[in-house]
Each structure stands twice: as C-alpha cells, then as structure tokens.
Design a protein around this ligand. Sequence first.
Ligand code: ATP
Ligand code: MG
Length: 417
Amino acid sequence: MINAPKGTKDVLPEEAYKWQYIERAARETAALYGAREIRTPTFEHTELFLRGVGETTDIVNKEMYTFNDKGGRSITLKPEETAGVARSFAENGRAAALPVKMYYITQCFRYERPQAGRLREFHQFGIEFLGSAHYGIDAEVILFAHDFIKKLGIKDVTLKINSIGCKTCRASYGAALKEYLNDNKDALCDLCKDRLEKNPMRVLDCKNPKCKEITAGAPKILDYICDDCKAHLNGVLSLLGGAGVKYVLDPGIVRGLDYYTRTVFEFVSENIGAQGTVLGGGRYDGLISDVGGPEVPGIGFAAGIERLLMVLENTGVKIPDRGGIKVYVAPVGEAERSAAFMLARELRVKGISADTDYMARGIKAQFKYADKLGARFVAVIGAEEAARNAVKIKDMLSGEEKEVSAASAAEYIAARL
Ligand code: ATP
Ligand code: MG
C-alpha cells in the first residue's frame, strides 16, 4: 500500500464542509473590506524566498522544499504566500491604484517535524494590503483578522501586538539585545547560539523553555523604538481601542520572518497545545522593493487553516454541514429503475439535488442509505405508481406521505423545502 507522505493530510469528503466553512468566512470578510483574491504559482524561483523571506529565517535555513528542475533552475515550493504576492505586484501591479487589497487561500510547504498543528503541507488564508504606510491601515488589517475569527465563532483567542521598530531604531535595540544574550549565551539552545550571531531578535521567537526564561529578562523593544515608530503604534492602538477590540501589548512577539517593520501581531489560542498561534501578521515596508519592485509599503497576515480547525473542534463550535442531497429517488424493483433515473434527472435540472440507486438495493436498504445521505425526501416508485405515472413522496422530517404525479414532483418538493 502507498501511504500519503509524512506531514501531509487528505481532506476527506465527509470533512470538507469544515474547510468550506472557513473559506466562506474568509471570502465574506474579504468582501466586506473590499479585498480581492489573488492566486500565485505553487512554485517560484528559490531566489524570491531568499530575498523575500530572508536568509536568516528558519524557513529559508531549514524548511524549504527546494529542487532543481529539468532545466537546471532552482525552484522552491512556496513556504508562504507574501513573497509571491510581492513578486506578482512588482511584476504586474506598478500601475495599480493604491492601496491594493488582496486576499489568498493557498497551500504552503515547509519541511518541518510533523506534530499537532505542524504539517509539511498546510493551508493559509491571508491578506496583503499594499500601498499605505498610515497606521490606520494597520488597524484595519488587525480588525479584519478579528472579524474573520469572530465570524468563525472562535472566542477564546488573545490578540497580541508589538512594534519591532524601523530599520534605524531596531539596530540600536539589536545591539542591546545581543549584548544581553551574549552574557547569557551558555544557557541558550544550540540553534539560538547561532541565531545570536546572525539575527539576535530571532532568539525571542524560540519555543525552548530555557531560552524563554532568558528572553523574559531581555531588553524590551518598546523601550528602544523611535518617536515616529511610537506614534505609529499609538495610532494603531487608539483605533483598536475605539473599535472596542481587546489586545495585549507583548514585546515577545517578533514574528519569524525578516521582512517585518513596525506593527506585528498574533492571535493565539490556549486550546490547541504548543502551536497556539492561529494567525500572525505585520507590516513589511521594505519587502516589495527587496524583491525588485517599487518602494511600496504593505501590511498583511496569514492564518493557518488546520490550526483554526483544531480550535473549532477543541472548543466545540458547531459547523453547519451544507452537504447532502434533498431527494432520494427509490425504485422498488428493476422495472422502475429508468423511471427513477428520469425523475432524479428532472429534479436536478430544476435545481433540486437528487440521487437514486445504482447498487440494486432493496427498498428497505435504500431508505437506510437515503437516511445516511441526509435526504429530506424519499420519492418511491413502485409498479403501481409507475403504472399511473406517479410517485409516492415521503417527508423524512414529518413522516408525511403523499402520492403526486411524476410531472408535479419537483414542484411539490420545491414548495416544501
Ligand atoms: P510557528 O511559530 O508556529 O512556526 P510561523 O511563525 O512559522 O509559526 P507564519 O509563517 O507566520 O508561522 O505562518 C502563519 C500561520 O500559518 C501560523 O500562525 C500557523 O497558524 C500556520 N502555520 C505555520 N507553519 C505551519 C505548519 N508547518 N503547519 C500548519 N500550520 C502552520
Ligand atoms: Mg514556523
């Protein structure tokens, strides 16, 4: 037997409605904010992620699915979507009226150790709003995330916000942080010893309990950011406060990617174990130019769909299943099979979902199967009904039974749905 590769998962037909529920909430929220969908390729030139995600990140260092194609080009399966959107904007969007508001739903690929909430192929819903450096759009993006999560019915998440400053003020913070971490170097994990040299802020993102202990006492970025960055952050916070959204200022939020500037934020759940971040985002003012585009600022977020599903399941949110069929047409014997086929056909043409028997089941087994399908009506065609060109319709909800002419069956059912 051939199994699915490690770290991948099938979405089976009986659970796909949960995904559609999340995707529907995503698209509906996007419509309210005037965001339009973008779809970019599954693979890009590796160079894009080296420049757009950053060479000191975990993603680029350890997690990318990179290979040479038959033409000898280095290709990488997208580990996230922002770089692809930035690349697309640099390539196609120069003449666009700003801000450009985009959303995406995509699979991503990261070579990670599979565990709860961590897959090698996973899915993200995200947005990228390009063109404005104003703090108002930061607040709008965070409110978008808030509204989306609320629409899903998720209540128990905490919004954590931080500012990681701009290039200028981050440099002085980086120096102070490096000095502090150097003094505590022996207690850091091996990976963080390395991060300390290459990009000390990455240490703040480490999940290792010992590193967390050290970073708890580290200098705080908010004490180092410049007046402009401080004013920007205060602008965001006051709009969020005005909108009645609760948040926690958390200097530990630094995000895993190199491109962030100023506002960064996460929505964290306590209900799904160690990988509790369901959504993360931030401002990335240098990204578009880093990948060869114009100097256009941007901000966005990405939510992990699998993690959202875990929260929904672990907190008992009821997800409506819109699947199933309305009518099951049951031929009693072989002779009524084609009449049943034609009635199912007619119902579908008239916009009513229907199914019939192809397994030569007896009538009792057909009722059982109809029940499994969630059919609201069973339309029985026996020899007598067929002779009269009629059909007996049973409402599975009320138990009511009525014989109607085959020609009026669709109308009869439509009136009762
Ligand atoms: P983490 O700290 O959990 O590794 P990250 O900083 O790498 O997260 P992002 O790159 O910001 O995550 O991705 C956005 C969201 O995508 C995360 O908040 C999470 O919900 C989801 N996500 C990231 N990596 C995975 C994965 N390997 N499997 C499932 N979901 C993931
Ligand atoms: Mg990660």
